[in-house]
Design a binder for this molecule. Structure first.
Ligand code: C2E
Ligand code: MG
Ligand code: MG
Ligand code: MG
Length: 291
């Protein structure tokens, strides 16, 4: 009887398999039209330096404003479109949007860097580094302002193919970051051979480092490992002041998370920036100091 009740409640609270497939099918088939209709939007989440709390840049995180499902997370639809060619259209759209924005900020004297997430399909697409170069030239953006985030597992899936592509991207002058670090199973010997600049500690460790000594130890070990390899270390999922301060004391370089700000649509990010920063104008560079 108890088991039966549990089964009944599962049916009430969980979408049926049919519904999951229907939704997934709709996301896949409607994606191109959604791009054309401007429903795939980029939100910006700030990253700050832990030593001085200065704004360093933003991570571009995509969202789908779906007429039926509401705001759909990339965690759901990126995976769904990955098996189709649409993942290339997504990257083209995000890259174009972000580079146009960086150029606009630069024209206003605001030097902000941006990170764009790559799926393994994007990385392996024929001619990808050339397209990145074209996009940078089209918008006249300094390659040093752009970083690509790739997950540990996507690089390790096919290292013999990803390594030359990463080398070509690196030669363009764009930054490379390993996302969700600590959740995959990368060989440290291999990590050392990658032309990367940064690792991002997976948010699962950062979010629980205040309550779980094991996770705290993992975070500390990743910071030390990253620094030993000459890499910049970023913590994502920073939700509490105590975590931010502990990370600063460990000399972790940068932080990103709800404590600083959630990912915001462009207008709200610009309002956040205006209210939180004092821009000191200098003809060569402008400095943003977080209040
Ligand atoms: P990610 O690259 O690891 O991005 C960080 C995720 O953590 C984002 O989820 C962000 O909203 C969330 N986050 C940031 N700070 C906090 C925090 O303090 N607490 C909590 N609980 N979460 C936090 P989001 O935006 O749902 O994106 C999920 C994933 O989707 C991203 O993980 C990334 O792998 C993928 N993604 C996002 N945009 C794109 C894109 O343009 N292309 C591709 N291929 N993947 C994307
Ligand atoms: Mg990321
Ligand atoms: Mg991540
Ligand atoms: Mg992720």
């Amino acid at each position: 009887m108890a088991a039966r009740t549990r089964q009944d409640s599962l049916q009430i609270y969980r979408p049926s398999m049919g519904e999951v497939y229907r939704r997934r099918f709709q996301l896949v088939t409607q994606f191109r039209q959604a791009i054309e209709q401007g429903r795939i939007v980029v939100h910006y989440q700030p990253k700050i330096g832990l030593a001085d709390r200065q704004l360093i840049g933003v991570e571009a995180l995509v969202r789908w404003m779906h007429p039926e499902f509401g705001l759909v997370s990339p965690a759901e639809f990126v995976e769904a479109i990955e098996a189709t060619g649409s993942i290339d259209i997504l990257l083209e759209h995000v890259l174009d949007t972000v580079l146009r924005q960086l150029a606009e900020w630069a024209a206003q004297g605001v030097r902000i860097a941006a990170a764009v997430n790559l799926s393994v399909r994007n990385l392996m697409a024929v001619g990808f580094p050339g397209k990145v170069n074209d996009a940078l030239r089209k918008h006249g953006v300094d390659p040093a302002l752009l970083t690509f985030e790739i997950t540990e597992s996507s690089v390790m899936e096919d290292p013999e193919h990803s390594l030359p592509v990463l080398n070509r991207l690196h030669a363009l002058g764009v930054g490379l970051s390993v996302d969700d670090f600590g959740t995959g199973y990368s060989s440290l010997a291999y990590l050392r051979r990658l032309p990367i600049d940064e690792i991002k500690i997976d948010r699962s460790f950062v979010m629980s480092m205040g309550s779980d000594l094991g996770d705290l130890a993992i975070v500390r070990a990743i910071v030390d490992l990253g620094h030993s390899l000459g890499l910049r270390v970023v913590a994502e999922g920073v939700e509490e002041e105590a975590a931010r301060d502990a990370l600063r004391d460990m000399h972790c370089d940068q932080a990103q998370g709800y404590l600083i700000s959630r990912p915001l649509p462009l207008d709200r990010f610009e309002a956040w920036l205006a209210s939180r920063t004092v821009t000191i104008y200098d003809p060569d560079s402008s400095v943003h100091v977080l209040r």
